[in-house]
Design a protein around this ligand. Structure first.
Ligand SMILES: [Zn+2]
Length: 315
């Protein structure tokens, strides 16, 4: 029987899951509401009903799980604000329902492993993976391995403080990178520039609560000055932050993933310019900033699959 793994990505609203071959081909993919007001066992039971339909075709060799605040070492999800379970022993709960190896880590770390095994990071031993969405997540690959740190939470570049007494962050502190570089961060910057310059802009016509990163992108493509400046400012802040990250790790590449990456040169040009301008001389122009090789729709599940494949290969 063909050996496969299961990848599960637990999100605040929806959970994506699927079956992947060891070469990264997705054989089955689905999703369901997370419903974290009910016990986590309910969610796992629902997923396993779908997965077990394939038991006669495939041999499930392990389950990888990506989730917010997930700790690789303990197997716990540690009370993420967007899930109602509090702190829960995920490995144990899954272990009650199916007997196979289970591994978990946070979604950005899983994404980095997905990039390493199935994406543009293949054959690159040192890189940084950055995911830009409602927040900024990151995973660090050093010497071909994911960096977990001493307690499993390494690689939180989104919560590096880039401005003293800056914008309020969801983590409770102020001035974190993700309050500037993320979809909501882009929007906050657009309105800041809008009020600073007080010039005509198509963004003026959209109420604050309705405007999306996509609207800002479309406005920039149409030549809107505020929108173009918004991308430049966002790229500048990210570029400077990455120059610091490079000083720590000297990565060969930095892969950007997520909706904002579709902005292409609007984002990449200022990022690369400001990263190199602020880089230590001996490191200048040696680190590439590239789009991720993972597809938006399948990356989360493939990342979780890559996590368990990595664990199985260790044995
Ligand atoms: Zn923060």
């Amino acid at each position: 029987m063909k050996e496969v793994v299961v990848g599960i990505d637990i999100g605040g609203t929806n959970t994506k899951f699927g079956i992947a071959a060891l070469d990264g081909k997705l054989l089955f993919k689905s999703s369901c509401p997370t419903n974290s007001d009910k016990p986590i066992s309910n969610l796992f039971k629902k997923i396993l009903i779908d997965i077990k339909k394939y038991q006669n075709e495939f041999k499930i060799t392990g389950i990888g799980i990506g989730a917010p605040n997930a700790n690789y070492f303990t197997g716990y999800i540690e009370a993420p604000p967007n899930l109602g379970w509090g702190t829960v022993d995920v490995k144990k709960e899954m272990g009650k329902l199916i007997s196979c190896p289970v591994a978990l880590t946070n979604d950005a770390n899983a994404g980095a492993l997905g990039e390493l095994i199935f994406g543009n990071g293949k054959g690159i031993n040192d890189f940084i993976f950055i995911t830009l969405g409602t927040g900024l997540g990151s995973g660090l690959i050093v010497d071909g391995k994911l960096v977990y740190g001493h307690d499993g939470f390494a690689g939180e570049i989104g919560h590096v403080i880039v401005k003293e007494n800056g914008r309020q962050c969801g983590c409770g502190r102020k001035g974190c990178l993700e309050t500037y570089v993320s979809a909501p961060g882009l929007k906050r910057t657009a309105y800041e520039i809008l009020s600073d310059l007080n010039i005509e802009s198509s963004l003026n016509k959209i109420p604050y609560e309705k405007v999306t990163a996509k609207d800002i992108y479309k406005a920039a493509v149409a030549g809107d000055k505020i929108a173009i400046l918004t991308f430049e400012k966002t790229g500048e802040i990210l570029g400077k932050a990455l120059a610091n990250s490079v000083a720590y790790l000297s990565p060969k590449a930095i892969f950007l993933f997520g909706g904002l990456v579709e902005a292409g040169d609007l984002l990449f040009k200022p990022v690369i310019k400001h990263m190199n301008e602020n880089m230590l001389n001996i490191m200048k122009n040696k680190t590439k900033v590239l789009p991720s090789g993972l597809k938006e729709g399948s990356a989360a599940v493939l990342g979780a699959a890559a996590l368990i494949i990595t664990e199985l290969n260790k044995k």
